[in-house]
Write a protein that binds this ligand. Structure first.
Ligand code: SAH
Ligand code: SF4
Length: 346
């Protein structure tokens, strides 16, 4: 374990075991999460025992280096590649406008779910990220913004590489650290978990009353169509997924966001839109339509705007809030897993 893997209470236990006063926990926690600093001179003003402990443990607080950084032509999306200790590279995206930036972070290196249109799915599963590797991405995003003289992050989405609910424990620990008011302090209502539809994970979120937003990547309205795009649907078919979503709505009283990647000629007809409305009937649901970001490994194109508008209108008329979100920063390969895939191909 490294220091960014610890929750506040775990850090406290560790410090006590090392003979450091419990009262110093907050200072050390701040050094780890507020300042996000690995520069030891930044610790000069601390009490000697704190300085000594931090100096001794400096190698355990290193943050992963940024190995690639690209900015979209409109300057609103920045994408970083971070290199982990074992050489794995993961993607973190910061997007938005001054004063309201969103970080999009990875939860795994690669992904086991194999969605056919997704660059991460195309590369397969490598490993789960530890909590500290998820926290480090948020800190990297904050540092990047600060170095540009901009204010911090407002929102966090777990929509980078990987399936968050396939790495449940580490993701929950990371979110506890990130939302801790003594540190990074991103409110749980500003944090969204996106899942391909891991049914046991959705039920567990509801059971444990986790206070985060939930997004479910739907993309198709029948098992046959969905299994062709999202192989995980064979394990957790639509009937089970929708039932889990209903339980989630009931137990948490929170709305679920359904993500729908619009692929031209594949899942964007008006008939499909009507089937989506029927499938979601009775759920407290918001639908986000996102035109496909083309990848090398999938022969599909994004739906053009007029058809997307029609799709949206049908869902709205059926009573569902529905928004069309342009995938930002297409020119920085900001689709999930695309930067790493491109770097490999060069
Ligand atoms: N594994 C989680 C979160 C990461 S993917 C999930 O699948 O929800 C985040 C979102 O990006 C998902 O909704 C996914 O379907 C979508 N996505 C992946 N590749 C895409 C692409 N090439 N174009 C548009 N959306 C894509
Ligand atoms: Fe994994 Fe999500 Fe990509 Fe599917 S869309 S392969 S679940 S990261």
């Amino acid at each position: 374990m490294r220091l960014h893997d610890f929750t506040f209470d775990q850090l406290k236990t560790r410090l006590i075991a090392d003979g450091v006063k419990e009262a110093h926990t907050l200072t050390i926690w701040n050094a780890l999460h507020r300042r996000a600093s690995t520069d030891l001179s930044a610790h000069d003003h601390f009490l000697p025992p704190i300085q000594r402990w931090l100096a001794e443990h400096a190698p355990e607080m290193d943050l992963p280096p940024i190995t690639a950084l690209i900015e979209s032509s409109d300057g609103l999306t920045r994408k970083m590649l971070l290199r982990l200790e074992d050489g794995q590279e993961i993607e973190t995206v910061v997007m938005g406008y001054p004063g309201r930036y969103t970080a999009c972070v990875s939860t795994q290196a690669g992904c086991a779910m194999g969605c056919v249109f997704c660059a991460t799915g195309q590369m397969g599963f490598v490993r789960h990220l530890r909590p500290g590797e998820i926290v480090a991405q948020v800190l990297a995003g904050q540092r990047l913004l600060r170095s540009d003289g901009e204010s911090g992050l407002r929102n966090l989405v777990l929509m980078g590489m990987g399936e968050p609910l396939h790495n449940y424990e580490s993701v929950m620990t990371a979110l506890e650290i990130i939302s801790d008011v003594r540190g990074i302090s991103l409110g749980p209502s500003k944090i969204s978990i996106s899942t391909v539809g891991v049914v046991p994970g959705i039920l567990r979120l509801a059971e444990e009353q986790r206070p985060y937003n939930l997004a479910v990547s739907l993309h198709a309205a029948s098992d046959e169509e969905r299994s062709a795009l999202v192989p995980a649907n064979r394990r957790w078919p639509l009937a089970d997924l929708i039932a889990a979503c209903r339980t989630y709505n009931e137990k948490t009283s929170r709305r679920i966001f359904f993500e729908w990647t619009l692929i031209a000629g594949k899942n964007d007809s008006t008939d499909t839109a009507r089937r989506v409305a029927a499938l979601l009937a009775g759920l407290d649901a918001h639908v986000n339509l996102i035109p496909l970001n083309p990848t090398n490994g999938f022969d599909g194109q994004p739906t053009a705007l007029p058809a997307a508008d029609e799709f949206q209108l049908i869902l709205q008329e059926a009573g569902f809030p529905c928004t069309i979100r342009q995938r930002r920063g297409i020119d920085v390969a900001a689709g999930c897993g695309q930067l790493r895939a491109e770097k490999r191909a060069r």
